[in-house]
Design a protein around this ligand. Structure first.
Ligand code: ADP
Ligand code: MG
Length: 730
């Protein structure tokens, strides 16, 4: 019987566990948003006048006065206390990727030696968390020492456990954004303004345009005990070593396979809790890799959808633990099998309909459809480098460009029909082309199956920004990222493209050109301009890399260099013109991205070095000594000729172990040296580049030898849970 920790935990993990399937009598329609202070609750708990003021604030973004805030807080407190709530917190999204909160009790002195529960409008509207411990990229030192959080009435307050959670923006006292929400809201305002103006060219009754987001969250589950026995998973979220399991995803048997019972119980529990928090969960399924799953809700307005995704990620982590799992949101927890992403389905809709939906019933509707498609392409074309900068991170870098995830070049796939149409429009003067035919029906020759409407798009899984019928799907976003980073860029770039479009149409119309002709002419110009971004082929191929470079698309592979896109002149101009982020904020953000990158690689390198030196090498040496022992003993009892033959294999192994061990030890030393050299670099951009160029590659190089040792060393001695043990939930 082996005594290694690994065997103990693997044994535990594979024991039959009780499966706790949550048991609910009521239906989702009854418990949906149970813990959300939504309109229904506002109506019930607020005086009519206050309720109406709140609607105006939420719908039209008007400023909230303190008197109304007091009245809202009173109603909220009443509702929350009925749910047993004792604390409240401002909940915000600092630039560290997660969420942050600081809880305050409802209690106040009553002046008579006792306590009363109190929650005022001021506490609802504003709080001062100790901002100094959140990354600010130097903003607070240059501007003002303090930061504060301010309520975002567009995202409803909710209850988790005993706490009232208030979604807020997080800003410095001089007004610079220290979070994702503040610029996201500005980008949504910018795209609303620009898209409404363009939509009004087609429809008289449009007053507002909303940006929608439907994310699809991928994740892995591993048994908690196994997770705890892997210091690398614990500290970095991914396995830094580990040989492929003989069976992983090559059978393609996990995708849409039946969901293991323990996982199904977790999913059910998660869904119930998410629904209670107002997250409209819709889809769940297995993903391609073993132990990989996905959850997708119905799409929502982008600001709310982002909050819901952040909330869901923390909920996932928490619920997983109650089922004996750990939820891995890292983009690449296991080498050699698919990583996790978060597809962001993005669209714009007016108060009267979806703008990216087509073809329509009238030529004017078709022209509207083409206009919004082409201007999206213009946005993606102009800022393809920045879009990549918005999704790249030390962790997502492992996924991007691998042959399972979007390539590290941003392009857009439209599908044959739409692509042909744009090409035809580009060449022809015939405005009649906008008389598109309706959807073609596809008749299936299968008994009892009705005809399906042929979607206007086929699928191309290799495209990072694909049109999928009524929306674009941005597939390069990382699984643990805050989708706001990507959505800020998409919406701001779209606002810029539409503003620019409108200006050109207006100027033609001012010269007396008829409206439709003016629109068609500008659209036609733009179809030509943004042509390089359209790509229908295989995004994984090497030819595409060369072709994309020829087309002038951003083909940079290094994460730190991609971050610098935030400071490209075209980016600064766009963000400032659209009033989303100013120069100082962009400098700060870039600095934080670089700093985070450095820290992540730094931590990985340290853990990796430790694991090599005090987990792997000692075990390899012990096994090698056993082999040497055996060689001596064999030599003792056999003639030297016989012994020579019998020891052949072991001698080979002894040599291999020495070779791998020497390589590992020597290179771990080089790894430490590389870190030291990088740490001495003052300039943060150069430092991050040094980490990327000199530290990160060594990890991969050394890992190869560790994984080889895993194959050689006695299984009983190996200290870390292996891929085959972690990847198949029983
Ligand atoms: P698939 O895996 O085929 O891409 P899913 O059903 O898993 O599709 O996810 C599709 C996502 O797209 C869902 O979150 C859905 O709500 C969202 N979605 C659908 N229509 C729109 C739209 N018009 N705008 C934004 N998101 C949308
Ligand atoms: Mg998808």
């Amino acid at each position: 019987m082996s005594s290694t920790l690994r065997f103990q935990v693997v044994g535990e993990a594979f024991k039959k566990r009780p499966i706790e399937v949550p048991n609910r009598e009521d239906r989702p329609s009854e418990f949906f948003a149970k813990y959300v202070f939504n309109r229904q609750k506002m109506f019930k708990y607020l005086p009519t006048q206050v309720y109406e003021r709140m609607l105006d604030v939420m719908e039209n973004g008007t400023q909230l006065d303190l008197q109304t805030a007091d009245a809202v807080a009173a109603g909220m407190k009443r509702w929350a206390m009925e749910l047993g709530v004792t604390h409240c917190t401002h909940w915000f999204q600092p630039l560290t990727e997660g969420t942050a909160e600081k809880h305050d009790g409802f209690v106040e002195h009553d002046g008579k030696g006792g306590m009363i529960e109190e929650f005022t409008g001021k506490a609802l509207v504003q709080q001062e968390p100790d901002a100094s411990s959140f990354p600010s990229g130097g903003i607070r030192s240059t501007f003002e020492a303090r930061g504060y959080s301010a309520w975002d009435p567009a995202s409803p307050v909710f209850v988790m456990g005993d706490t009232l959670m208030i979604p807020t923006v997080f800003i410095s006292y001089t007004g610079e954004a220290l979070d994702y929400k503040a610029p996201l809201k500005k980008s949504l305002k910018a795209v609303d303004k620009a898209a409404t103006a363009v939509a009004q060219l087609f429809y008289d009754d449009v007053t507002k345009v909303v940006s929608n987001l439907g994310w699809e969250q991928e994740y892995f589950l591993v048994d908690e005990d196994l997770y705890a026995a892997r210091p690398d998973l614990l500290m970095t979220g991914r396995t830094l070593m580990g040989h492929d399991s003989a069976k992983n995803q090559q059978m393609d048997d996990h995708y849409f396979g039946s969901i293991p019972r323990r996982v199904a119980a977790f999913m059910k529990d998660l869904e119930i809790q998410a629904l209670e928090l107002g997250i409209p969960c819709k889809t769940r399924h297995n993903e391609v890799a073993p132990n990989q799953f996905e959850l997708a809700p119905i799409f929502e307005e982008t600001n709310l959808a982002v909050d819901h995704n952040m909330l869901l990620m923390s909920l996932m982590r928490r619920v997983a633990r109650t089922h004996g799992f750990r939820c891995l949101l890292h983009e690449k927890p296991f080498a050699g099998i698919n990583g996790s992403g978060k597809h962001c389905n993005w669209s714009l809709s007016t108060n009267t309909g979806v703008l990216l939906h087509g073809p329509g019933k009238t030529p004017m509707e078709n022209l509207r459809f083409i206009t919004f498609i082409v201007e999206t392409l213009m946005a993606v074309y102009r800022h393809n480098g920045l879009l990549k900068g918005s999704i790249i991170s030390a962790t997502n870098a492992h996924r991007l460009g691998a042959h399972e995830a979007p390539p590290a070049i941003i392009s857009s796939f439209l599908g044959k029909q739409l692509n042909d149409l744009l090409s035809a429009l580009e060449d022809s003067d015939d405005d009649q082309l906008f008389n598109l035919k309706g959807k073609k029906a596809l008749t299936l020759d299968i008994p009892q199956i009705p005809e399906l409407l042929l979607d206007n798009t086929d699928r191309n899984r290799t495209s990072p920004f694909a049109f999928t019928g009524n929306r674009f799907e941005f597939r390069a976003v990382g699984s643990q990222a805050n989708c706001a980073a990507a959505m800020i860029v998409v919406n701001t770039a779209m606002a810029e493209a539409l503003t620019d479009f409108k200006e050109r149409v207006d100027s033609l119309m001012a010269q007396g050109v008829d409206k439709v002709k003016a629109i068609v002419s500008v659209v036609r110009d733009d179809i030509k301009t943004c042509k390089p971004i359209r790509f229908e082929g295989n995004g994984y191929s090497d030819e595409w890399k060369q072709e994309a470079a020829r087309r002038g698309l951003d083909v940079e592979q290094s994460a730190p260099k991609m971050f610098m896109q935030y400071l490209a002149p075209s980016s600064i101009e766009m963000f400032e013109k659209m009033s989303v982020l100013n120069h100082a904020e962009l400098v700060a953000r870039t600095e934080i991205k670089l700093e985070t990158y450095i820290k992540k690689i730094q931590i990985e390198a340290r853990i990796f070095g430790d694991l090599c030196l005090n987990h792997i090498i000692p075990v390899a040496t012990r096994y090698q000594s056993q082999l040497i022992d055996n060689v001596h003993k064999v030599s003792d009892i056999f003639s030297s000729e016989e012994a020579h033959q019998l020891n052949h294999n072991n001698l080979k192994l002894i040599k291999q172990i020495s070779e791998h061990s020497t390589f590992i030890t020597e290179n771990v030393e080089l790894l430490t040296d590389a870190r030291r050299v990088a740490n001495r670099i003052e300039n943060i951009e150069e430092k991050a580049i040094a980490y990327h160029d000199t530290v990160a590659p060594l990890l991969e190089k050394i890992r190869y030898h560790v994984d080889k040792l895993e194959l050689i060393v006695d299984d009983e001695l190996w200290p870390l849970p292996k891929y085959r043990e972690m990847l198949f939930i029983r």
